[in-house]
Write a protein that binds this ligand. Sequence first.
Ligand SMILES: [Zn+2]
Length: 246
Amino acid sequence: MGKRSPPPAGYKLRKAKQNPSRRALRATLNEMTDKTRAELAQSLQKRIDWLLDPQSAAQRNDADVMRAVLHVYAGLARWGAADVTTGQALREQMRGAAIGEFLRGDRAQAVLSAYAGEGENYAQRGRLDGYLNACQHRTAIQALQDDFAAVLAISAPLALESVGDFDDLLCEVADDATPVHRGQIPSWAPSTHWWWWKPDNITVSMREYRARLYVGELEEYEGSQPGSADWLRCEDNKCWCFTAPP
Ligand SMILES: [Zn+2]
């Protein structure tokens, strides 16, 4: 562990005003604001409307349906901490969509399989910058499995295999995963989505956290000013980062 130099009082505020890189850093944490969440909800509702619309049913193909479904679940996985009700209402609508036939289609299965493969790629980078995305992919797939269980259990050997591979890798990486901030965990996710709460004991310092996320990209625009890793704290006092060493 390198030597720690705690920032002087007021450091964070002063730097935040002077230096735009705080915003640049925080933006890459995928933080949800009220505005971005409202935009997200709108985009999810659009897909759901399309999935529920009997008029458009005739023109659908199974790959498009799976893409729309994954768009919705992936969006819900990025939902973050706030507003459980809207998130749940969106999900409730999904359960009412008569799309089982489509989800069973070969092309739909291929789309799901590719999505699981993408999640596996993120899990491969789970000890660096990939873990948050891996969690989001896994949660999206789990929600799909939960809401359309029969469809996937019976007729999706290929997709299930991809999900299985993804799961194996996620288990492997979880103990040394780069932790996610509390506010990045979707408020609706049950504790069975265990991946969000890993590793069990989080010992990572903010500097190490930064190094894991920004492997080598940071120096060019930030230099190595002391305290700058503190900008990645989310300021939630129940989050691991609140007490993490600098
Ligand atoms: Zn945090």
